[in-house]
Every structure is written in structure tokens, then in C-alpha cells.
Ligand binder design. Structure first.
Ligand code: APR
Ligand code: PHB
Length: 389
């Protein structure tokens, strides 16, 4: 098989890139190691920056998002019993849209199927070849016992943190940066109305908590837990009790609880691989970087990488290769700022087991300062809605 761009991975990054390229008339094939149902079964975050929404619009995949997505003009930050609103609209003139990543993935999958573009699911032993210097990269995979090969102009590595693309770049060509946090987020999804109209990020001596939502009838809640905890240790009752302890009393009193549909623990990690291109292989999304979820940046960074890659490839096929050359540097400028914001929000709102009483007071003072300063609230707001592309 021959195509212009072979995309590895059918997560949001790969699917969005495929849809944008197809809209521009650039031929592409997606190769994914899992089944479509497996990809749709993963529960991930759900806050979209305006940039992400505009990219979904650009490839005609924003219809349901505009109907069912919830525009949020602000969110709340709690410290103890005090609730403070970050008014995104007033501070930045922009808002975010709450719409689950699962739904984004579903919409993109449907758009791709409607356009009749090829996706190969359940591909085994995916291998990326000849991307370093040759102008004819290849992708091999095994499907139903047969070895297949795709010849292409470019390979887009949209295959997440554990994917094959970054791992195929010679170690001496990559530099990686990493920080692990000594805690995770225990998340519960439940068909109960959200406790508040907007998201609530809560700092508490027992640990961080987050009240999020997927719709007016489905909620997503998180509590910070030690890295050593296992989700099976946590009954629904224990989860709800812990969440209530970490919320202001009036909020806790309004919390509607119910059986969990999903319960899992996600580790918190910051990670960046540089550069994001090796010859004709590009890395995009989680394949190149991971952020802790505190700033809701993971999906949005994946989308903005893909936006740059789409522009670079459109220019390339019009005879201008400058965007391909600049891809990594352009992405990394935005990536590092989102890494910084996610790391900073994580540091501000979580309990760190190794913090001294002095460091805890510094956290108290920083949060108190930010929440009582116009400039402080604006710093949070403009990062949260997303820095300019
Ligand atoms: N071959 C083919 N596909 C692969 C391979 C491989 N060797 N390895 C991984 N994949 C697939 C995975 O099965 C997955 O479907 O690549 C896809 C990567 O998708 P994601 O992990 O969702 O990554 P990305 O598309 O970059 O989306 C980033 O996801 O993890 C969240 O916070 C993150 O919201 C952000 C978003
Ligand atoms: C979520 O809804 O899952 C979510 C929202 C905001 C975050 C992280 C996760 O910062």
C-alpha cells in the first residue's frame, strides 16, 4: 500500500490529524494496535481549549461538540472552606468547553468512517522504518497473520507514551526530561448530577480533590492518593467519604453520590522528548510529552501539535518545506509552557509527602496571594484557556 502520511495510533491525536489531512486532500492511513472499542473505552479528561475546538471545526467534526459540549466561563479554586471563582471570560475574553475526550474520539472516528478513509485496527508488531534519512519511509505491521507494508512520504507518531515511534528513534538523537510525582489521582465516573455548575479544584490538608463533569447527569471526581494505592482498595463509599472531607462543607453537603461506572488510579508525570521530529518521523501528543492532569492540558497539547503538523504538511505539498523544518521548535515552545503550568498547578494544589511545614506555609501564601490578586487570577486564567498558538 502507498499513502502520503502513515499515522501510527488512533487516539485523539492520530484521528484529528487524519481528519485534518483528509480535509486538505492529503492521503493518509491510520494504523492502530488496539480495537476501536478498546480505544473508545478509555476514560480520559474533558476540558477543551478554544484552539482544540477550532481544529475540530476545521475538519467538520464539531457538530455534536457544539450541541452537547458545555461552555464554561470559569472554574473554582478552593482552599479549605473558601471558594474562589476564576472568571475565565472576564479575565481573558475566552472560555473552555467541557466535552469528554471519549466523545471527541467517537466524533472523529465517525467522521473518518463517513469519509471512507482507511484505518487499520488491531495491527500487530507495528514497525517504522527508513525515516531517518531516506525520503521513502515505510510502516510494517502484521494483521491476521499476514505481514503488510505501507510506503509513505511521512510517518506521524501519534501512538502515545508507550508507542513504538519514539522508541524507534536512536537514543542519541533524543533528549528526554521527566518528573514523577509521589502521588496519583483516584478517579470515579458516576451517573449523578455534578455538585456545581463549574469545575472545582480543591486544595486540602488531606490532599487535592477535583469535581469535574461530562454532562448535566454524569460527573467525574478525583482525589489525590499515594502512588502505592490500588483502585481495588477503594470502595465507592470510601471514595465519596474522602471526597466530601476535602470539599468546603457547603459543597460537600450538596454532593450527590451513586455507584461508580469506572474507578481507576492515574499516576502523575511530567515528560518531554526533544526534538519532536527525526527525519520524516514526527512525534505528536502523548508520544512526545506527558503532563500531570491538573491543568487539563494533555488533550489540548496533542491537538495543537497536530494543528502545527497539519499546517507543515499542507505547506510541504504546496512546495514549501519550512514548516516541516520548524515543526519541533514550534510545538516545543507551546509544550514547555503547558508543562510549566501543569507542573506549577500540581505543586500549588497537592500535598507533597516530603514537604516541610515551611514549604506548606509557602503553598498557603502563594495560593492566597494569587486568589486575592487580579494579576494572579489572570495568570491562572490565561494559561487555563490556553496560550496563543
Ligand atoms: N502501534 C500502533 N498503535 C499504537 C502503538 C503501536 N505500537 N502503541 C500505541 N498505539 C496506540 C494506542 O493504542 C492508542 O490508541 O496509539 C494511541 C495513542 O493514543 P493516546 O494515548 O490517547 O495519545 P494521544 O492521541 O496523543 O492523545 C493524547 O490522551 O492520554 C491522553 O492526556 C492525554 O488527553 C491526552 C491525549
Ligand atoms: C476531567 O474531567 O477528567 C478533568 C478535568 C479537568 C482536569 C483534569 C481532568 O484538570
Amino acid at each position: 500500500m502507498r499513502t502520503q502520511v502513515a499515522i501510527i495510533g488512533a487516539g485523539p491525536a492520530g484521528l484529528l490529524l487524519g481528519q485534518l489531512l483528509s480535509t486538505a486532500g492529503i492521503d493518509n492511513v491510520i494504523v492502530e494496535q488496539r480495537s476501536g472499542d478498546y480505544v473508545l473505552g478509555r476514560i480520559r479528561a474533558g476540558v477543551l481549549e478554544p484552539i482544540t475546538v477550532s481544529l475540530l471545526e476545521a475538519c467538520n467534526a464539531a457538530g455534536r461538540l457544539h450541541r452537547d459540549g458545555l461552555p464554561h466561563d470559569g472554574f473554582e479554586l478552593c482552599a479549605g472552606d473558601q471558594r474562589h471563582r476564576i472568571d475565565l471570560q472576564a479575565l481573558t475574553g475566552r472560555h473552555v468547553t467541557v466535552y469528554g475526550q471519549t466523545e471527541v474520539t467517537r466524533d472523529l472516528m465517525q467522521a473518518r468512517a463517513a469519509a471512507g478513509r482507511p484505518s487499520i485496527y488491531e495491527a500487530e508488531e507495528v514497525t517504522v522504518l527508513d525515516f531517518e534519512s531516506g525520503s521513502r519511509p515505510r510502516v510494517q505491521y502484521r494483521k491476521d497473520g499476514t505481514l503488510h507494508e505501507i510506503e509513505c512520504d511521512f510517518i506521524a507518531g501519534c501512538d502515545g507514551y508507550h508507542g513504538v515511534c519514539r522508541a524507534s528513534i536512536p537514543a542519541e538523537r533524543l533528549q528526554t526530561f521527566e518528573r514523577m510525582y509521589p502521588f496519583g489521582w483516584l478517579g470515579v465516573l458516576a451517573d449523578v448530577p455534578p455538585v456545581a455548575h463549574e469545575l472545582i479544584y480543591a486544595r486540602h490538608p488531606r490532599g487535592f480533590a477535583l469535581c469535574s463533569q461530562r454532562s448535566t447527569t454524569r460527573s467525574r471526581y478525583y482525589v489525590q492518593v499515594p502512588s502505592s494505592d490500588r483502585a481495588e482498595q477503594w470502595s465507592d463509599e470510601a471514595f465519596w467519604a474522602e471526597l466530601k472531607r476535602r470539599l468546603p462543607a457547603d459543597t460537600a453537603a450538596q454532593l450527590v453520590t451513586g455507584p461508580s461506572i469506572e474507578k481507576s488510579i492515574a499516576p502523575l508525570r511530567s515528560f518531554v522528548a526533544e526534538p519532536m521530529r527525526c527525519g520524516r518521523l514526527f512525534l505528536a501528543g502523548d508520544a512526545a510529552h506527558i503532563v500531570p492532569p491538573t491543568g487539563a492540558k494533555g488533550l489540548n497539547l496533542a491537538a495543537s501539535d497536530v494543528g502545527y503538523l497539519w499546517q507543515a504538511l499542507c505547506d510541504f505539498y504546496k512546495g514549501d518545506g519550512a514548516g516541516v523544518e520548524a515543526y519541533s521548535a514550534r510545538c516545543l515552545q507551546r509544550v514547555w509552557k503547558a508543562e510549566r503550568f501543569s507542573w506549577w498547578m500540581t505543586g500549588l494544589l497537592h500535598q507533597f509527602p516530603d514537604h516541610s511545614p515551611f514549604e506548606v506555609r509557602m503553598q498557603d501564601a502563594e495560593l492566597d496571594y494569587l486568589l486575592h490578586s487580579d494579576a494572579g487570577r489572570r495568570v491562572i486564567a490565561e494559561n487555563y484557556v490556553g496560550l496563543p498558538a
